[in-house]
Design a protein around this ligand. Structure first.
Ligand code: NAI
Ligand code: MG
Length: 347
């Protein structure tokens, strides 16, 4: 069986870390027969040249030829740019990658990092405020801007089902539902109720009896994440809260450059480091490639190459444990490429 992997480095350090992910997969050698990497275009820089951030061809090739994909990072400007819209947000929707799974775990090399963090943020990936239906009008008192926030029962149920499934697979089997339904009782209320109702769905038949369920308002969830991160195991959240919580959780373990994710749907998976394009360090060969490499491992595990994923993760863990070859975000002096070489050698 051959494996075709779509590669979308996009912008900034995305282009520096994705080659590391590729090198790690290639280092697995013949344990994965007939690997093929297909380079695909997307990103803000591509938009500035062509007027489109995500060409139809990229989506078409992903759908028709690729078994899975890896995305680097995109440089989405904070100002409004006419005609531009984030390709990663669009890809998640177009490929129906409805879940963004972001594991965050303590690493021993970071003396300032919190020990005992071992959690997964499961972020709904297709709706909430990220439907991007924004309007601006002029009212009596000047400009007025509005955004639609969409929460559906269908999307909340499928993310809830995934969250329960993941909680059941983990040793602590604990799930925290994140919301703000004390204020947004209709939208967050629907999310909360739908997720909590998963164990009562037809056909579940007590499967989730061992999962303990808690809930936490998103603001106090951030507070507790910093005070007592050990209490969390699986956290499930609507899109925006999940985005913010997972960056916050990354700070606990030392660097955004360590935290991987996959965007998963029922028929496709795309690995993606949680971090962005990091313009402050781009082009210097100092970006931490480990988040991208771990994302590659997560992607492989998702499509059934668990052994390969284990080998990559063990290599990353041993590089971290030894603590000699690290990029500056972890207090080291090594280059991106040196960390990649160290990991591939160990694979
Ligand atoms: P960012 O994640 O790019 O950077 C935040 C901070 O973390 C920076 O100081 C950066 O140097 C550091 N950092 C991030 N990844 C690192 C790595 N691998 N190694 C070492 N240090 C790392 O977030 P920021 O600065 O808010 O956004 C920059 C751009 O990235 C924006 O245009 C934003 O739209 C985009 N972005 C894209 C995402 C994606 O493609 N999924 C996600 C988040 C932001
Ligand atoms: Mg983010």
């Amino acid at each position: 069986r051959s494996l075709k992997i779509g590669m979308l480095p996009a912008d900034g350090i995305g282009r520096e870390v994705l080659p590391g992910a590729k090198a790690a997969i290639l280092a697995l050698g013949s344990s994965i027969p007939k690997m093929e990497f297909i380079d695909l275009l997307a990103g803000f820089e591509y938009f500035t040249k062509t007027g489109t951030a995500l060409p139809d061809e990229t989506v078409q090739i992903l759908k028709s030829e690729c078994d899975c994909a890896l995305f680097g990072a995109v440089s989405s400007p904070s100002r409004k740019v006419t005609g531009y819209s984030s390709p990663i947000v669009a890809l998640r929707k177009k490929m129906d990658l409805y879940a963004n799974i972001r594991p965050v775990k303590s690493v021993s090399i970071n003396p300032e990092g919190r020990p005992g963090v071992d959690l997964v943020v499961i972020r709904e990936n297709t709706e909430c405020l990220y439907v991007k239906q924004e309007t601006q009008t002029v009212g009596e008192h000047g400009k007025e801007a509005r955004a639609t926030r969409l929460i559906t029962e269908r999307a909340s149920r499928r993310i809830g089902e995934l969250a329960f499934k993941m909680a059941l697979e983990r040793p602590r089997k604990h799930l925290t539902v994140i919301h703000k339904s004390n204020v947004l009782s209709i939208t967050d209320g629907l999310f909360r109720e739908t997720v909590r109702a998963v164990p009562t769905l037809p056909g579940v038949d007590g499967k989730y009896d061992d999962v303990t369920v808690a809930e936490q308002l998103v603001d106090s969830a951030v507070y507790r994440l910093f005070r007592e991160p050990e209490i969390y195991d699986v956290m499930v959240a609507p899109n925006l809260y999940g985005d913010i919580l997972s960056d916050a959780a990354a700070a606990l373990v030392g660097s955004l450059g360590l935290v991987p994710s996959v965007n998963a749907g029922d028929s496709f998976v795309m690995g993606e480091p949680v971090h962005g394009s990091a313009p402050d360090i781009a082009g210097q060969n100092i970006a931490n490639p480990l988040a991208a490499i771990r994302s590659a491992a997560m992607m492989l595990r998702h499509i059934g190459y668990g052994d390969g994923a284990d080998r990559i993760e063990r290599a990353v863990d041993s590089v971290l444990r030894e603590g000699k070859v690290l990029t500056p975000d972890l207090g080291g002096k090594s280059k991106t490429s040196e960390v990649v070489d160290e990991v591939t050698k160990r694979i």
